[in-house]
Design a binder for this molecule. Structure first.
Ligand SMILES: O=c1ccn([C@H]2C[C@H](O)[C@@H](COP(=O)(O)OP(=O)(O)OP(=O)(O)O)O2)c(=O)[nH]1
Length: 130
């Protein structure tokens, strides 16, 4: 079951349900053994763990993964070992990712001729701070 390691943590730990070995550059879909039923208006987001990323170069391909309120299947994580040299071995029961539950809006999209103005306008992709 997901659990919060410390009071105040945003993410509840998810644990690997199986042993996996990832060679350098390899990825794998790993089960967590967990299925949940979120209320409508909520979603859960599967985030990487910074410790795995910093120590081993292991992260999630699709960070953050989105768990929809209607999803009843097993939550899985798509791991990738970005380390160029070291394989990474994961054991059943190891903490592998963290689940952040959030309220989400469902936006209604409308087509318009022109968008309202803003300070940023169309600038992005590193346009500030030069
Ligand atoms: O890291 C993840 C991401 C998703 N899921 C599950 C829950 C989610 O509700 C479902 C579908 O995810 P998503 O919508 O991202 O997948 P898709 O590639 O768009 O496929 P689909 O057509 O099934 O929506 O897969 C996971 O278990 N782990």
């Amino acid at each position: 079951m997901p659990s919060y390691a410390h009071a105040g943590d945003a993410g509840a730990d998810l644990y690997a349900a199986e042993d996996v070995e990832l060679k350098p550059g390899e990825r794998a879909v790993v089960g967590t053994g967990v299925a949940i039923a979120l209320p409508d208006g909520y979603a859960a987001f599967v985030h990487p763990r910074s410790g795995l990323a910093a120590k081993h170069g292991v992260t999630l391909v699709n960070a953050p993964g989105t768990v929809d309120a209607g999803y009843r299947g097993e939550i899985k994580v798509t791991l990738i070992n970005t380390d160029a040299k070291e394989p990474f071995r994961l054991r059943r029961g190891d903490r592998v990712a963290q689940l952040v539950v959030q309220r989400v809006e469902r936006a209604a999209f409308y087509e318009v001729e022109r968008l309202p103005g803003s300070v940023r306008g169309a600038n992005g992709f590193g346009s500030t701070g030069r």
